[in-house]
Design a protein. Structure first.
Length: 303
């Protein structure tokens, strides 16, 4: 059958046009707007993943990724394949704001942050021991195939090797031979190297876009701070105690802080004006330190 040019033009106009499928990030953005505007209220059950997939015209995998993003931002609770998620609220199960020791409170928050497709972690600390330990579980899940973020960005601020540390420091003053400083520096470098190596391996073994950066501060931080995915801040004080440590085959009384036991206070963007402002100001403070008085840091034992 021969089709005339006019008929071909008519047929062309009748063909349905295809609409580009939304990304999981766009789905997350729309659901986030509904939650923050009050259209979805605290405690309200979300539509099922199948219903959301139909509404947004996307695959269920995209819906699942979007829900995980909102869970990492503390906007949803009970995200699973078996039942609809619930909009989190001040008394919701995902918003437990009690302070906890760093190694109790940090690990689950890092694991939740890795649910997002783009993981962003900023940390200010003394040695990065807590961060290196806490990041172990999400790395295990990635290697086991349970997680696969597309991108991971980690920035860490640590004290410079060139300063006289306020702590750890001998009680009697003076660090003859530099034993206390050397012990801290060895810990700082070793933990940083392990953290960097473990994260960079994700690029080699799983094709994840990874960036890990370290910069040095010209002062001893009296607090530790972790910023997760732009929506969460975890804050703790370094509390000094006197303790006896074996250094260089002799025991030395020193002032030091057990950072893994420091009580970690969580703040979530969207949990009221106080928390939202604290998260925003913490990001501004961290970025200001990063971009102004900090310098490139080399994790090596050289002079």
């Amino acid at each position: 059958m021969v089709v005339s040019p006019d008929q071909a033009s008519v047929n062309e106009r009748k063909r349905p046009t295809t609409t580009p499928q939304r990304s999981h990030q766009e789905v997350a953005d729309e659901l986030r707007d509904r939650i923050r505007s009050g259209r979805l209220r605290p405690g309200q059950r979300m539509p099922t993943q199948a219903e959301l997939a139909v509404e947004f015209g996307v695959e269920r995998g995209a819906v699942r990724q979007a829900l995980r993003i909102l869970q990492s931002e503390q906007l949803l609770a009970n995200v699973s394949k078996g039942s609809p998620a619930t909009v989190a609220g001040p008394s919701g199960p995902s918003l437990d704001v009690r302070p906890e020791p760093t190694m109790v409170g940090l690990a689950p928050r890092i694991a939740a942050a890795f649910q997002a497709p783009h993981v962003e972690i900023d940390a200010l600390c003394l040695t990065s021991i807590s961060l290196t330990m806490a990041i172990g579980e999400p790395l295990r899940q990635i290697h086991a195939g349970g997680l696969k973020p597309a991108k991971v960005d980690v920035r860490v601020l640590l004290p410079s090797r060139d300063i006289d540390l306020a702590f750890p420091a001998p009680v009697e003053g003076g660090d003859e031979g530099g034993h206390v400083h050397r012990r801290w520096l060895d810990q700082r470098n070793a933990q940083g190297q392990v953290l960097r190596h473990n994260l960079r391996m994700l690029r080699t073994t799983h094709g994840i876009d990874v960036r890990v950066e370290f910069r040095a501060l010209p002062f001893t931080p009296p607090v530790k701070l972790y910023l997760l995915n732009g929506s969460e801040a975890l804050f703790a004080y370094y509390t000094l105690t006197q303790r006896r440590e074996e250094i260089g085959q002799e025991y030395l009384e020193m002032w030091d802080a057990q950072g893994t036991q420091s009580m970690l206070f969580p703040f979530h963007s969207g949990d009221g004006l106080r928390d939202t402002t604290f998260v925003e100001q913490s990001h501004l403070w961290f970025n200001a330190l990063w971009e102004t008085i900090s310098q490139d840091l080399k994790l090596n034992p050289g002079p």
